[in-house]
Design a protein around this ligand. Structure first.
Ligand SMILES: Cc1cc2nc3c(=O)[nH]c(=O)nc-3n(C[C@H](O)[C@H](O)[C@H](O)COP(=O)(O)O)c2cc1C
Length: 222
Protein backbone atom coordinates (compact mmCIF):
# COMPACT_ATOMS: atom_id res chain seq x y z
CA UNK A 1 0.00 0.00 0.00
CA UNK A 2 1.30 3.43 -0.95
CA UNK A 3 0.64 5.64 2.11
CA UNK A 4 0.51 8.83 0.07
CA UNK A 5 -2.46 7.77 -2.04
CA UNK A 6 -4.77 6.59 0.75
CA UNK A 7 -8.09 8.43 0.83
CA UNK A 8 -10.07 8.29 4.08
CA UNK A 9 -13.57 9.54 3.43
CA UNK A 10 -15.99 10.33 6.26
CA UNK A 11 -19.56 10.43 4.96
CA UNK A 12 -21.18 11.45 8.25
CA UNK A 13 -22.30 15.07 8.54
CA UNK A 14 -20.82 14.87 12.08
CA UNK A 15 -17.10 15.54 11.83
CA UNK A 16 -16.36 14.43 15.39
CA UNK A 17 -18.61 11.38 15.47
CA UNK A 18 -17.94 7.65 15.47
CA UNK A 19 -17.35 7.39 11.68
CA UNK A 20 -14.57 10.00 11.86
CA UNK A 21 -13.07 8.45 15.01
CA UNK A 22 -12.73 5.07 13.24
CA UNK A 23 -11.00 6.70 10.26
CA UNK A 24 -8.57 8.56 12.55
CA UNK A 25 -7.73 5.22 14.15
CA UNK A 26 -6.92 3.81 10.70
CA UNK A 27 -4.98 6.90 9.63
CA UNK A 28 -2.52 6.49 12.54
CA UNK A 29 -1.41 3.22 10.88
CA UNK A 30 -1.98 3.76 7.16
CA UNK A 31 -1.38 7.49 6.77
CA UNK A 32 -3.37 9.22 4.02
CA UNK A 33 -5.64 12.20 3.68
CA UNK A 34 -8.96 12.64 5.50
CA UNK A 35 -11.90 13.97 3.48
CA UNK A 36 -15.43 14.87 4.56
CA UNK A 37 -18.42 14.45 2.28
CA UNK A 38 -19.78 17.96 1.59
CA UNK A 39 -23.43 18.08 2.54
CA UNK A 40 -24.31 20.59 -0.19
CA UNK A 41 -23.19 21.45 -3.71
CA UNK A 42 -21.28 19.69 -6.42
CA UNK A 43 -19.53 16.35 -5.75
CA UNK A 44 -17.31 16.32 -8.86
CA UNK A 45 -14.13 17.43 -7.04
CA UNK A 46 -14.51 14.63 -4.50
CA UNK A 47 -15.01 12.10 -7.30
CA UNK A 48 -11.72 13.25 -8.88
CA UNK A 49 -9.97 12.64 -5.52
CA UNK A 50 -11.48 9.13 -5.49
CA UNK A 51 -10.18 8.49 -9.02
CA UNK A 52 -6.68 9.64 -8.02
CA UNK A 53 -6.50 7.47 -4.87
CA UNK A 54 -4.96 3.99 -4.77
CA UNK A 55 -6.92 2.92 -1.67
CA UNK A 56 -10.25 4.41 -0.60
CA UNK A 57 -11.68 3.81 2.88
CA UNK A 58 -15.24 5.06 3.36
CA UNK A 59 -16.72 5.34 6.86
CA UNK A 60 -20.24 6.47 7.61
CA UNK A 61 -23.27 6.08 9.83
CA UNK A 62 -26.29 3.90 9.23
CA UNK A 63 -29.33 6.08 8.48
CA UNK A 64 -32.51 4.00 8.11
CA UNK A 65 -30.67 0.74 7.48
CA UNK A 66 -28.07 1.99 4.99
CA UNK A 67 -25.65 4.88 4.39
CA UNK A 68 -27.07 8.45 4.34
CA UNK A 69 -28.73 9.54 1.08
CA UNK A 70 -25.95 12.02 0.31
CA UNK A 71 -23.46 9.15 0.28
CA UNK A 72 -25.63 7.21 -2.18
CA UNK A 73 -25.72 10.37 -4.30
CA UNK A 74 -21.89 10.34 -4.27
CA UNK A 75 -21.85 6.75 -5.53
CA UNK A 76 -24.31 7.66 -8.30
CA UNK A 77 -22.21 10.67 -9.32
CA UNK A 78 -19.03 8.57 -9.25
CA UNK A 79 -20.71 5.83 -11.35
CA UNK A 80 -21.81 8.35 -13.96
CA UNK A 81 -18.33 9.88 -14.09
CA UNK A 82 -16.62 6.47 -14.35
CA UNK A 83 -12.85 6.43 -14.98
CA UNK A 84 -11.99 4.08 -12.10
CA UNK A 85 -9.25 1.53 -12.61
CA UNK A 86 -8.48 -0.92 -9.81
CA UNK A 87 -8.73 1.41 -6.78
CA UNK A 88 -8.98 -0.70 -3.62
CA UNK A 89 -12.19 0.04 -1.72
CA UNK A 90 -12.89 -0.71 1.97
CA UNK A 91 -16.07 0.33 3.80
CA UNK A 92 -17.15 0.91 7.39
CA UNK A 93 -20.69 1.47 8.59
CA UNK A 94 -21.70 2.09 12.20
CA UNK A 95 -25.20 2.27 13.62
CA UNK A 96 -26.97 2.75 16.91
CA UNK A 97 -28.61 -0.68 16.94
CA UNK A 98 -26.67 -3.60 18.46
CA UNK A 99 -27.00 -5.67 15.29
CA UNK A 100 -24.98 -6.38 12.16
CA UNK A 101 -27.71 -7.26 9.67
CA UNK A 102 -29.51 -3.90 10.01
CA UNK A 103 -26.39 -2.01 8.84
CA UNK A 104 -24.92 -4.46 6.32
CA UNK A 105 -26.83 -2.97 3.38
CA UNK A 106 -24.34 -0.06 3.30
CA UNK A 107 -21.46 -2.42 2.59
CA UNK A 108 -23.49 -4.24 -0.07
CA UNK A 109 -24.00 -0.88 -1.85
CA UNK A 110 -20.24 -0.29 -1.80
CA UNK A 111 -19.52 -3.79 -3.07
CA UNK A 112 -21.96 -3.37 -5.99
CA UNK A 113 -20.53 0.06 -6.76
CA UNK A 114 -16.99 -1.39 -6.83
CA UNK A 115 -17.94 -4.35 -9.00
CA UNK A 116 -19.78 -2.20 -11.53
CA UNK A 117 -17.15 0.53 -11.78
CA UNK A 118 -13.79 -1.27 -12.00
CA UNK A 119 -12.78 -0.78 -8.36
CA UNK A 120 -11.53 -3.65 -6.20
CA UNK A 121 -13.90 -4.45 -3.30
CA UNK A 122 -11.73 -5.36 -0.33
CA UNK A 123 -14.40 -5.89 2.33
CA UNK A 124 -15.59 -3.84 5.24
CA UNK A 125 -16.44 -3.57 8.90
CA UNK A 126 -19.92 -3.23 10.41
CA UNK A 127 -20.01 -1.77 13.92
CA UNK A 128 -23.15 -1.99 16.05
CA UNK A 129 -23.78 0.30 19.07
CA UNK A 130 -21.67 3.01 17.44
CA UNK A 131 -24.05 5.72 18.64
CA UNK A 132 -23.17 5.07 22.27
CA UNK A 133 -19.53 5.84 21.47
CA UNK A 134 -20.46 9.19 19.91
CA UNK A 135 -16.89 9.68 18.70
CA UNK A 136 -15.25 8.33 21.85
CA UNK A 137 -12.44 5.75 21.44
CA UNK A 138 -13.29 2.19 20.47
CA UNK A 139 -11.95 1.07 23.87
CA UNK A 140 -15.23 2.44 25.35
CA UNK A 141 -17.38 0.11 23.22
CA UNK A 142 -19.56 -2.31 25.19
CA UNK A 143 -18.00 -5.26 23.27
CA UNK A 144 -14.50 -3.78 23.47
CA UNK A 145 -12.93 -7.14 24.42
CA UNK A 146 -13.72 -8.59 20.98
CA UNK A 147 -14.36 -5.47 18.89
CA UNK A 148 -11.01 -3.75 19.48
CA UNK A 149 -8.84 -6.70 18.31
CA UNK A 150 -11.18 -7.29 15.35
CA UNK A 151 -11.00 -3.67 14.23
CA UNK A 152 -7.22 -3.66 14.71
CA UNK A 153 -7.04 -6.71 12.44
CA UNK A 154 -9.22 -4.86 9.90
CA UNK A 155 -6.68 -2.00 9.97
CA UNK A 156 -3.87 -4.52 9.49
CA UNK A 157 -5.66 -5.96 6.46
CA UNK A 158 -5.92 -2.47 4.97
CA UNK A 159 -2.27 -1.69 5.56
CA UNK A 160 -1.29 -5.02 3.97
CA UNK A 161 -3.63 -4.29 1.05
CA UNK A 162 -5.52 -7.56 1.45
CA UNK A 163 -9.21 -8.54 1.56
CA UNK A 164 -10.92 -8.28 4.94
CA UNK A 165 -13.50 -11.04 5.53
CA UNK A 166 -17.00 -10.35 6.93
CA UNK A 167 -16.40 -13.05 9.55
CA UNK A 168 -14.00 -10.65 11.30
CA UNK A 169 -16.72 -8.23 12.45
CA UNK A 170 -19.49 -10.86 12.65
CA UNK A 171 -17.57 -13.00 15.17
CA UNK A 172 -16.70 -9.95 17.27
CA UNK A 173 -20.32 -8.91 17.94
CA UNK A 174 -23.04 -11.26 19.08
CA UNK A 175 -26.61 -9.91 19.04
CA UNK A 176 -28.31 -9.43 22.43
CA UNK A 177 -30.64 -12.17 23.68
CA UNK A 178 -34.46 -12.03 23.66
CA UNK A 179 -34.81 -10.64 27.19
CA UNK A 180 -32.24 -7.87 26.63
CA UNK A 181 -33.92 -7.03 23.30
CA UNK A 182 -37.30 -6.68 25.08
CA UNK A 183 -35.87 -4.42 27.77
CA UNK A 184 -33.99 -2.39 25.14
CA UNK A 185 -37.14 -2.00 23.00
CA UNK A 186 -39.16 -0.87 26.05
CA UNK A 187 -36.46 1.64 26.95
CA UNK A 188 -36.36 3.08 23.39
CA UNK A 189 -40.18 3.30 23.32
CA UNK A 190 -40.08 5.12 26.67
CA UNK A 191 -37.58 7.65 25.25
CA UNK A 192 -39.69 8.23 22.12
CA UNK A 193 -42.88 8.72 24.16
CA UNK A 194 -41.12 11.07 26.56
CA UNK A 195 -39.95 13.22 23.63
CA UNK A 196 -43.40 13.22 22.01
CA UNK A 197 -44.95 14.43 25.28
CA UNK A 198 -42.23 17.05 25.66
CA UNK A 199 -43.37 18.57 22.34
CA UNK A 200 -47.07 18.41 23.26
CA UNK A 201 -47.90 15.26 21.22
CA UNK A 202 -50.05 12.37 22.42
CA UNK A 203 -48.10 9.08 21.98
CA UNK A 204 -51.38 7.13 21.85
CA UNK A 205 -52.84 9.22 19.01
CA UNK A 206 -53.00 7.57 15.56
CA UNK A 207 -50.19 8.75 13.32
CA UNK A 208 -50.51 11.32 10.54
CA UNK A 209 -51.13 8.74 7.76
CA UNK A 210 -53.84 6.88 9.71
CA UNK A 211 -55.56 10.21 10.49
CA UNK A 212 -55.45 11.16 6.81
CA UNK A 213 -56.89 7.76 5.86
CA UNK A 214 -59.72 8.24 8.38
CA UNK A 215 -60.39 11.79 7.09
CA UNK A 216 -60.55 10.40 3.55
CA UNK A 217 -63.08 7.72 4.57
CA UNK A 218 -65.24 10.27 6.39
CA UNK A 219 -65.20 12.65 3.40
CA UNK A 220 -66.02 9.75 1.08
CA UNK A 221 -69.00 8.65 3.16
CA UNK A 222 -70.57 12.10 3.16
C1 LIG B 1 -31.55 10.29 10.45
C2 LIG B 1 -30.91 9.17 11.23
C3 LIG B 1 -31.25 7.86 10.94
C4 LIG B 1 -30.67 6.80 11.66
N1 LIG B 1 -31.02 5.52 11.36
C5 LIG B 1 -30.46 4.49 12.04
C6 LIG B 1 -30.80 3.14 11.72
O1 LIG B 1 -31.59 2.84 10.83
N2 LIG B 1 -30.22 2.14 12.45
C7 LIG B 1 -29.32 2.41 13.44
O2 LIG B 1 -28.83 1.47 14.05
N3 LIG B 1 -28.96 3.69 13.75
C8 LIG B 1 -29.51 4.72 13.08
N4 LIG B 1 -29.15 6.02 13.38
C9 LIG B 1 -28.11 6.26 14.39
C10 LIG B 1 -26.72 6.50 13.77
O3 LIG B 1 -26.38 5.48 12.86
C11 LIG B 1 -25.67 6.52 14.89
O4 LIG B 1 -25.96 7.58 15.76
C12 LIG B 1 -24.25 6.61 14.39
O5 LIG B 1 -23.39 6.25 15.47
C13 LIG B 1 -23.87 8.01 13.94
O6 LIG B 1 -22.54 7.99 13.44
P1 LIG B 1 -21.64 9.30 13.41
O7 LIG B 1 -21.30 9.61 14.85
O8 LIG B 1 -20.46 8.94 12.63
O9 LIG B 1 -22.45 10.38 12.77
C14 LIG B 1 -29.72 7.08 12.69
C15 LIG B 1 -29.39 8.42 12.97
C16 LIG B 1 -29.98 9.45 12.26
C17 LIG B 1 -29.59 10.88 12.59
Amino acid sequence: MNKSDVMLLCVSPRHKGTSAMLLERIRVVTGGKLFFLPQKGNLDELVVSMQEAGTIIISGPCYINTYPARMLELLETASLTGKFSGQKLYGIINGGMPYIHTHQHGLICLQLFAEQNHLLWQGGFVLGVGAMLDGKPLEKHMNRRTVVPAFNKFIQNISEGIQSPDSLYIKAQSPPGKLTTRIFAKFLTFLVEKNLKKYGQDPEAPNYYLRKQDDGKQNGSR
